[in-house]
Design a protein around this ligand. Sequence first.
Ligand SMILES: [Fe+2]
Ligand SMILES: [Fe+2]
Length: 280
Amino acid sequence: MSSPAGPAPDAPKTRAGASSLKDGGTVVPVREILWGDSVGVRKYETAEELDPDLAKLIVKLMVVQADTEFASIQQHRPWLDSAPTLEDRWIESRIVADEARHGLQACRILRDFGETGQRYIDELLAKREGEHKLDAFNMKFDRWSDVGAFTCFVDRVGVYQLRAFQECSYGPLARAMPLMLSEEQLHLNFGASVLRRMVLDGPKYCGSKDEAQAAVRKWYPRALDMFGHSNSDTSRRAIAYGLKRWTNEEARARYIQEVSALVASIGLELPSPDFDRRVL
Ligand SMILES: [Fe+2]
Ligand SMILES: [Fe+2]
């Protein structure tokens, strides 16, 4: 184990003069907390060393994270053998496998919190469709356009949440992010491509532009709700602890900017950010 003070003298060079991975260089992990009230302190590596309030917050965030992963498996499952093309069926099965792995990863973090963590895992595994925390995960995929809009909008919110955990103050959580993020990238690109193909090819592919537009109006408000309340005390505490990077409102504003350009490029229209909202 390297000392908290920094890498050993013969370790690969730090970022400034890093040799490339191709040349046998090594990625130097960030060991100190980068933002919040404990900037510069070594990251927390075990559940035991956490302040009880921070431990509670990590458990709360991981329960919500795992719940969304397991819920989306239930939503995608009916489309495994009814997606319109062979390639779409293959990607559906990849998405289901990825979400199962993400759920497992969040539960592994929960396991480190002993009996409390295990109790939450047992509850998570027993949840059925309609019993999940966030509205977006209690809605069925009635049409193929729902699969496209869900992965384009809802998975994209997931990416914002994961990016907020990247380089967070809890080492085991920060280290889980790069792989999860790269897998989520496939899901949301797939969603955008489904919507685009519906607009361009209509029934030759599946559905129609009108169906795609209706799905945008159905899922966009639920996606915006997922960022949480604008004046959330939890999100402020999470930033102070070095867990989350942005307030709910900041993350939501960045997201709106990104999807506005994307949806326009597909030839569809976004409703106003206030349309059909439940969490403000
Ligand atoms: Fe996921
Ligand atoms: Fe996903």
